[in-house]
Ligand binder design. Structure first.
Ligand SMILES: CSC[C@H]1O[C@H](OP(=O)(O)O)[C@H](O)[C@@H]1O
Length: 351
C-alpha cells in the first residue's frame, strides 16, 4: 500500500486543534452546510460529543483527548498529581457524554496515564498524548485499509452501514478505509451505502465522503439490505464498531445486527473494521455493553423540521450488538481475526 495516494483521501479533517481551541466540523449540518464549531472548554467538547456534532467512536475519543488539553488550560496546579485531581471532574463530564463507544473512556484513560507519568512539564505531556492519539489513529486506519482490502476478491460488491470514514476518525476511516483501499486496488467494483436511519449517517455522511473522493456509491434504504444481498451483488458487508468485547461480540450502529443475520443467511462475508482502541477486553460479552438510547425526536423528525407521528412513543436505541459467531473477520491494525471468539481475541489482545 506504500504507493497508495492517501493525501487524496485526507482532505476531510473533522477535528482541528488550533493551539488554543478545538474546531469540530459540525456533522449535524452535513452535507448541506460545512460549518465548524469552536470549542474553547472541555465542557464545549462534551456537549459537542453528546449532540453528535462530532461522532464516530475513534473521533469522539480524539475530541475528548483534546478536550482534556482545553481543561488543562483552565487550571493552575503545583504538579502533575495536583493537576490530575483538579482535572478529574472535567474528564468525568467528558466520559459521560456518550456510553457505548469504548474509545471515549480509552482516550481519557490514556490522558490520565500520561499525566501520571509526567514530570514538571505535565501540560506539554497532555498535549503530546492528545497528538499521539490523533496520529496513531490515522496510521491504524491506513493499516486496516490494506489488511481489510486484502480479504476482498476482485470484482466484489460491498455494503456498508453508518459512517466510518474520515468524519468518524482521525482520517481515511475504518470500514470506509477498507472500501477506499479496495476500490483503489480494483477489488471493489460496487459500493452500496445504507442510509442508516434515524440519524442518516450513511445517506448524509458516507455518501458525501465518497463523493469527495470521486467514488461511485449506491444509496439504499436500510430495509432494502436483505433484498440486495439476495440479488448476489454483495460479497461483503463491511462495518465499523463502537466496542468489541473479549469474546468478539461487537456493538455498532443500530441495524448492524440484522445485516449480520442476513449476511450469514445469504453467504455474504461480514467484516468488522476497528482500531485496537475499540477493543474492550474488560467486557466479557455483548450483553454487558450499555446501549445508548437517544431522544425519540430523532425518530419523529423527517426531512429536517417536519415531524411524523409526533407525540406517540418511540424507542430509539442507536446501537446494537452482533454476536461474534455472525462475524467472519475482525480487522484491526494488529491484524485479522477470522471467525472471532474468546480464544482468538485473547491470542490477539491478551487477557
Ligand atoms: C469508525 S466509527 C464507529 C461507529 O461509530 C458510529 O456511531 P455514531 O455515528 O452514533 O457515533 C457508528 O456506529 C460507526 O460504525
Amino acid at each position: 500500500m506504500d504507493d497508495f495516494d492517501y493525501a487524496r483521501y485526507d482532505r476531510i479533517r473533522p477535528i482541528r486543534w488550533t493551539g488554543d481551541a478545538l474546531e469540530l466540523l459540525d456533522q449535524r449540518k452535513l452535507p448541506f452546510d460545512t460549518e465548524y464549531l469552536t470549542c474553547r472548554t472541555s465542557d464545549d467538547v462534551a456537549a459537542a460529543i453528546h449532540a453528535l456534532a462530532v461522532r464516530g467512536a475513534p473521533a469522539i475519543g480524539i475530541a475528548a483527548a483534546w478536550g482534556v488539553v482545553l481543561a488543562e488550560r483552565d487550571i493552575e496546579a503545583t504538579d502533575a498529581r495536583d493537576a490530575g485531581a483538579k482535572l478529574e471532574p472535567a474528564l468525568q463530564r467528558l466520559n459521560a457524554a456518550r456510553p457505548t463507544a469504548v474509545n471515549l473512556a480509552w482516550a481519557l484513560a490514556r490522558m490520565r496515564a500520561a499525566l501520571a507519568r509526567a514530570d514538571h512539564d505535565w501540560r506539554g505531556a497532555l498535549e503530546r498524548e492528545a497528538e499521539a492519539i490523533d496520529t496513531e489513529d490515522l496510521a491504524a486506519n491506513r493499516r486496516m485499509g490494506a489488511l481489510g482490502a486484502s480479504l476482498i476478491e476482485p470484482g466484489s460488491g460491498v455494503l456498508t452501514h453508518c459512517n466510518t470514514g474520515s468524519l468518524a476518525t482521525a482520517g481515511f476511516g475504518t470500514a470506509l478505509g477498507v472500501i477506499r483501499a479496495g476500490v483503489a486496488q480494483g477489488r471493489i467494483e460496487q459500493v452500496f451505502a445504507g442510509e442508516t436511519r434515524p440519524w442518516l449517517q450513511g445517506a448524509r455522511l458516507t455518501v458525501w465522503e465518497l463523493q469527495q473522493d470521486g467514488i461511485d456509491a449506491t444509496l439504499i434504504a436500510d430495509s432494502a439490505a436483505s433484498h440486495l444481498m439476495k440479488t448476489g451483488k454483495v460479497q461483503w458487508v463491511v462495518v465499523g464498531a463502537d466496542r468489541i468485547c473479549a469474546n468478539g461480540d461487537t456493538a455498532n450502529k443500530i441495524g448492524t445486527y440484522q445485516l449480520a443475520i442476513a449476511a450469514r443467511h445469504h453467504g455474504v462475508g461480514f467484516m468488522v473494521v476497528a482500531p485496537s482502541s475499540t477493543v474492550d477486553m474488560a467486557t466479557p460479552s455483548g450483553e454487558m455493553i450499555e446501549i445508548e438510547e437517544r431522544d425519540a425526536a430523532e425518530l419523529h423528525v423527517v426531512g429536517g423540521s417536519r415531524t411524523v407521528a409526533e407525540g406517540i412513543d418511540a424507542w430509539n436505541p442507536v446501537f446494537d450488538v452482533t454476536p461474534h459467531d455472525l462475524i467472519d473477520a475482525i480487522v484491526t491494525e494488529r491484524g485479522v481475526i477470522r471467525r472471532p471468539d474468546a480464544a482468538s481475541m485473547r491470542a490477539a489482545f491478551g487477557a
